[in-house]
Ligand binder design. Structure first.
Ligand SMILES: NC(=O)c1ccc[n+]([C@@H]2O[C@H](COP(=O)([O-])OP(=O)(O)OC[C@H]3O[C@@H](n4cnc5c(N)ncnc54)[C@H](OP(=O)(O)O)[C@@H]3O)[C@@H](O)[C@H]2O)c1
Length: 290
């Protein structure tokens, strides 16, 4: 593996059960490789089981004794979330990594409820999962890791969410806002639940599938060039995976924020800072959306 010397410094994850949403590709897949190299049991949650099985085949070529459990989860579909939650309740998880996300999808796709697709995927979906599994997380001492972004931008809370939830246009601003909401939600969650360990990570900029996937608004040409540029100015996906791995260290505490060391946190090895707190103390009205 690339960065082997760096990876060697991390302790074994033998005996740990780690669930990663969206781990069939991109950063989730690279993080999956890292935890398998440390002998963890991977719970791979994906929206497309064929893609999941292909990813598992690839992982087993590299780690032939890998322990992997495949679960179906479509974060924008409430029924899928409910079925997923029932399956999760049957197992013990040490870490739940909220990684699945979209950047700028096509304007014509929406969640089943008609919500803005980016907000539904990046914010509403994870919140639904947390709220439904809150007691489970406490009982199992599951650490929560939220994959956030350096592209997060500050916005006024619930008022803006309500305004944008049926907003049709997809763009960078909505992505930034979805990550900002998720960050504030994690802060409120941590403050209200001192017995939970909640860590945020921002992997930097990385040329994954994020511009190229089926939902993406970008054409092939732009997606190809964009992906190359992202890897040049930021972290390649393998290195970005290290940022998430850092969050699994035993001494990482609630509201630690793991980011790349480089300028504007776009690239580099992991470093720990404090999760920014924007002053939000509660999410009034959120229950109606979830
Ligand atoms: N790449 C970057 O520069 C960057 C920077 C900062 C933060 N991030 C964050 O990192 C996370 C991973 O992104 P990535 O760059 O690895 O992108 P990616 O390569 O496109 O991977 C995204 C993963 O999320 C899954 N996914 C998308 N919508 C889903 C849904 N409704 N339900 C369940 N799974 C869904 C995708 O499944 P399919 O394969 O089926 O599409 C895929 O497995 C995202 O949260 C993203 O916002 C990325």
């Amino acid at each position: 593996m690339r960065y082997q010397k760096y990876i060697d410094k991390f302790p074994s994850l033998e005996g740990k059960n780690i669930l990663i949403t969206g781990s069939n590709t991109g950063l989730g897949f690279e993080f999956a490789r890292l935890i398998l190299s440390k002998n963890a049991h991977l719970f791979m949650a994906v929206r497309n089981l064929d893609k999941g099985n292909k990813a598992i085949k690839k992982l087993k070529e590299e780690f032939k004794d890998a322990e992997i459990t495949l679960l179906k989860l479509d974060q924008v579909d409430k029924e899928s979330i409910n079925e997923f939650i029932n399956k999760v309740k049957d197992v013990h998880l040490d870490y739940f990594v909220f990684n699945a996300g979209v950047y700028i999808p096509r304007n014509d796709i929406k969640s089943k409820e008609g919500y803005n697709y980016t907000l539904a995927t990046n914010f509403i979906g994870p919140v639904r999962i947390v709220e439904d599994l809150l007691d489970y997380f406490k009982e199992h001492h599951t650490s929560l890791i939220f994959v956030n972004s350096c592209a997060r931008s500050k916005v006024k809370l619930m008022h803006e969410i309500n305004k944008r939830i049926y907003y049709k246009k997809e763009n960078h601003k909505i992505y930034s806002e979805s990550k900002h909401y998720l960050m504030d939600y994690s802060v409120v969650l941590a403050k209200e639940n001192k017995d939970l360990r909640i860590i945020n990570v921002a992997p930097g900029i990385s040329g994954t599938n994020i511009l190229k996937n089926n939902d993406s608004k970008f054409g092939n040409f732009f997606a190809k060039i964009g992906t190359k540029v992202m890897n040049i100015i930021g972290n390649n996906p393998e290195k970005a995976g290290l940022i998430i791995l850092d969050a699994t260290l035993e001494n990482r505490a609630s509201l630690d924020y793991i980011v790349p060391r480089g300028l504007f946190h776009t690239g580099g090895y992991p470093k720990k800072i404090k999760t920014p707190f924007s002053g939000v103390t509660h999410f009034e009205g959120l229950e109606e959306l979830i």
